[in-house]
Design a protein around this ligand. Structure first.
Ligand code: PEP
Ligand code: MG
Length: 413
């Protein structure tokens, strides 16, 4: 593949912060990719390079633009055939384990734009699946309908309350179920807590002023039942527990509790609400506590590593006995090839894989094609509202038109 022009630019993400977008010109066609950004980021994520200058309160990405311009000269002078080869070149140019020299955001924009250029006129998911030697499958949406933690600014400590349409036969049906529940939930919340309870958090889920986890789960389950979906829908949580960890204890539902008490808290919640997926239940270095809970929930719910594993094959192997599923975020590691390696490592351990957006997103729906190509069966993509979230749903609806089938949910063994 011959890349003839590379154009980087600073655009805004869904929180109104600057982020990097890159255009590749290949045979007179333009291929574009943009980089998302987290709020509850893991300490071990690859480095997101920001300017630290007065512009945009330090969040500008002009340094990444300068890096892309320098790399562009070298890239245009070469011919790349595969994603591995291209990403290998990027990694060699950076040369640091954390991507701190060029920034994971710099590398990711280039890596994703390359993938689009490589696909050319072919569907992106189809081209990626071919390289992965997989049969594409549509993922089930894990829809974050109620936002807490850092994404909402309410007393709720658990960050994400998701519904999963496990009984849907198609992605269109899954989308309809999620949307109907979302609107019932909004209506119920407004009725109960007043008009502002329908306002939304960073991922498009409502952010009512609730005091504790059970209130949120009850409100959501009521909306599920109102729509007649109690046999076809399940609940899932992302605790993002690093955010409510304070020197050995966790502050949740108005109380400081020990890791052992938190374990019991999750087991009790599971007993009542039967959630099928629990992400980051402990803080990001708690390999042992994660492992205990994974064993106790085996066959009942998957335990997902996000801040713990940061899409990094090395951390995933370290967490071998700690989780049963991987949250895959491309900007946590910085290149597409390394994200593939992370998925492969997780699969080799018998884990499930859930592709994920970030709380700061763009209109780029790359992850919809990625999840389909990986045939991993799960995608975390926020509420079915707000443009940066619906972009992901809508791309999956388009992919469904090609006859790609939805993968059914199953727990890891
Ligand atoms: C998450 O924690 O899984 C998440 C999507 O939030 P953020 O992007 O803020 O890390
Ligand atoms: Mg998370």
């Amino acid at each position: 593949m011959k890349i003839t022009a590379i154009t980087p630019r600073q655009i805004l993400d869904s929180r109104g912060n600057p982020t990097l977008e890159v255009d590749f010109s290949v045979q007179n066609q333009v291929y574009r990719a943009a980089v998302p950004s987290g709020a509850s980021t893991g300490t071990h994520e690859a480095v997101e390079l920001r300017d630290g200058k007065p512009a945009y309160h330090g969040k500008g990405v002009q340094k990444t633009i300068a890096h892309v311009k320098k790399l562009a000269k070298k890239i245009k002078a070469k011919t790349f055939t595969t994603q591995n080869q291209f990403d290998g070149f990027l990694l060699q140019q950076d040369g640091t384990p954390t991507k701190k020299k060029l920034g994971a955001n710099t590398l990711l924009a280039l890596s994703l734009a390359f993938a689009r250029g490589h696909a050319g006129k072919k569907r992106l998911y189809a081209d990626l699946a071919e390289a992965l030697k997989k049969t594409p499958r549509l993922p089930l949406p894990f829809a974050n309908v109620l936002n807490g933690g850092r994404h909402a600014g309410t007393p709720l400590k658990i960050q994400e309350f998701m519904v999963v349409p496990v009984g849907a036969k198609t992605f269109s049906e899954a989308t309809q179920m999620v949307s109907e529940v979302y609107h019932s939930l909004k209506k119920d919340a407004v009725q109960k807590f007043g008009a502002s309870a329908g306002n939304v958090g960073d991922e498009g889920g409502i952010a009512p002023p609730l005091q504790n986890t059970r209130q949120a789960l009850d409100l959501i389950w009521r909306a599920v039942e109102e729509n007649g979906y109690s046999q076809k829908m399940a609940l899932a949580l992302d605790c993002a527990a690093s955010e409510f960890y304070e020197r050995g204890t966790y502050y949740v539902d108005g109380k400081h509790i020990t890791p052992a008490e938190l374990t019991q808290y999750y087991l009790d919640l599971h007993g009542q609400y039967r959630f099928i997926s629990l992400e980051d239940p402990f803080h990001e270095e708690s390999f042992t506590e994660f492992g205990v809970l994974t064993r106790l929930l085996r066959g009942k719910a998957q335990v997902v590593g996000d801040d713990l594993t940061v899409t990094n094959p090395r951390r995933i192997l370290q967490a071998k006995k700690s989780c049963s599923a991987l949250l895959l975020k491309v900007n946590q590691i910085g290149t597409l090839s390394e994200s593939f390696a992370a998925a492969k490592t997780a699969e080799s351990l018998g884990w499930n894989v859930m592709v994920s957006h970030r709380s700061g997103e763009t209109e780029d729906a790359f992850i919809s094609d990625l999840a389909t190509a990986l045939a991993c069966g799960q995608i975390k993509l926020g509420a079915p509202a707000r443009g940066e979230r619906t972009a992901k749903y809508n791309q999956l609806l388009r992919i469904e038109e090609d006859g790609v089938k939805l993968k059914l949910f199953s727990l890891p063994h």
